[in-house]
Design a protein around this ligand. Structure first.
Ligand SMILES: *Cc1c(COP(=O)(O)O)cnc(C)c1O
Length: 434
């Protein structure tokens, strides 16, 4: 019974679930529920393995940028900084948080399909390493702002490579219909590059693509690299300009349930490096500096969420609802995407999962569920319920719906607990009310 989706989880002699060696039932008692718990050592291990495979397979000629929308707070930016990786940000709020820990701005990529003028100005004033420009309107605005600030904006373009990655297969059509980036097949991307190269306050360094999320195959990544190298070749041939940077995005899948089978990250970097190197040789191009942007895969397996079980409602021949003291406010992913998770009654982790239930949240929405058809140990009022692999897109997507304060985030490192984000109070809830 100690086969969990994440390797930092186990069962102790009391039959309780542990994370990074600590008893989750004790953590819930001491810090209250709902509670996010993150294993800092595992996050660091992920940062290192991404960095190491960049070194091993691409001679270190690249930068790993953690896509911080997956989980953003000062503690996380400190970890990224200490591990020597960069970050992606998508808002003034994320950028501001990064400045609070003196994050090296040359390692920041600023993304988004509709950055505001305020945000673009903030990005260039802070001299972020790369702004990933999404459309022509943004290019022109940025050129104007850069002139005002008296700098050259370093930019990449977000390209729709026409590779649409699904979980287990991919297709090469249909991606024109995306709100992100410049289309390749219509010539829009090429024309936009020509334009960027002509602007005085723009330093155009490269092209970017991000083909999806929670991807388990290597093939769509290799195909995307292939397509992007084609664009780089075309720009060299027709515009006599050598693009120096290639950003291949993120989207590496993780194990949420036993049916998920992620590819080891090194295999991905191995194959993509091989493809890029071979294409450069064949087409007489210089090796581009490569950026990759893992988000979920760095933090998701490192986190769990702990809840306390409240009311249990058995509706004969229909279903049993097990209600917890959190829900879509701290984890909207089931409500948004029907995302599946693994659940464990933390104080009965050594017992068999002998029931099938619906786990319901506490909000006034019928859709506030954390899972349906969930296999679980028989739950009773007062039990501690753990939802596994919640380290990504949970805290970062949390809200105060129903004016419920957000849970705190604990970080565990070398057996020690640190509070990375405090629990919100009722006073916090009314802080901005006039
Ligand atoms: C969200 C995002 C990522 C990270 O995706 P994951 O699936 O979390 O790895 C990387 N790059 C861009 C541009 C993104 O929007």
């Amino acid at each position: 019974m100690s086969e969990f989706v994440s390797k930092n989880l186990a069962v102790n002699e009391k039959g309780h679930l542990t994370i990074a060696g600590l008893d989750t039932v004790d953590l819930a008692k001491e810090y209250g529920t709902p509670l996010y718990v993150m294993d800092e050592d595992l996050i660091r291990e992920h940062c290192r393995s991404f960095r190491e495979s960049m070194e091993k397979y691409y001679d270190g000629a690249g930068l790993v940028c953690y896509a911080s929308k997956a989980f953003s707070c000062k503690a996380m930016y400190r970890i990224a900084k200490e591990e020597g990786i960069g970050i992606d940000v998508v808002s003034a709020g994320e950028l501001y948080t990064a400045t609070c820990v003196d994050f090296p701005m040359d390692k920041v990529c600023y993304h988004g399909n509709n950055k505001t003028e305020f945000e673009l100005r903030m990005a260039i004033e802070h001299k972020v390493g790369r702004i990933i420009v999404d459309n022509i309107y943004e290019l022109e605005l940025l050129n104007k702002l850069a002139a005002e600030v008296g700098v050259k904006a370093r930019i990449m373009y977000r390209i729709k490579p026409g590779v649409d990655a699904h979980t287990h297969d991919f297709v090469k059509t249909g991606q024109i219909d995306s709100k992100f980036g410049f289309a390749l097949e219509t010539g829009e991307a090429f024309d936009a590059i020509k334009k960027a190269l002509s602007l005085e306050n723009i330093e155009f360094v490269g092209v970017h693509c991000h083909i999806g999320s929670q991807i388990f195959d290597i093939a769509p990544f290799v195909e995307a690299a292939n397509v992007m190298m084609g664009l780089i070749k075309q720009v060299k041939t027709e515009l006599n300009h050598e693009i120096t940077e290639l950003n291949l995005g993120g989207g590496f899948g993780i194990k949420y349930t036993e049916t998920d089978t992620p590819v080891p990250y090194a295999d991905y970097m191995d194959k993509v490096s091989e493809t890029v190197k071979a294409l450069c040789k064949e087409r007489g191009l210089k090796l581009p500096f490569i950026l990759i942007e893992p988000g979920r895969s760095i933090v998701a397996p490192a986190g769990i969420t702990l809840y306390t079980v409240g009311g249990i409602k058995e509706i004969p021949n229909i279903r049993t609802y097990v209600s917890v003291d959190g829900g879509l406010g701290d984890n909207p992913r089931y409500a948004l995407y029907k995302s599946e998770y693994d659940f464990v009654v933390a104080n009965k982790a050594d017992k068999a999962k002998d029931s099938v239930v619906t786990v319901a949240g506490r909000c006034c929405e019928s859709g506030d569920l954390l899972g349906e058809g969930v296999k679980l140990q028989t739950a009773e009022v007062g039990d501690t319920l753990a939802v596994l692999a919640t380290g990504a897109y949970n805290y970062s997507m949390s809200s105060n719906y129903n004016r419920v304060p957000k849970p705190p985030v604990l970080m565990i490192s070398k057996g020690e607990v640190k509070v990375a984000v405090k629990r919100e109070t009722l006073e916090d809830i009314v802080r901005n009310d006039m």
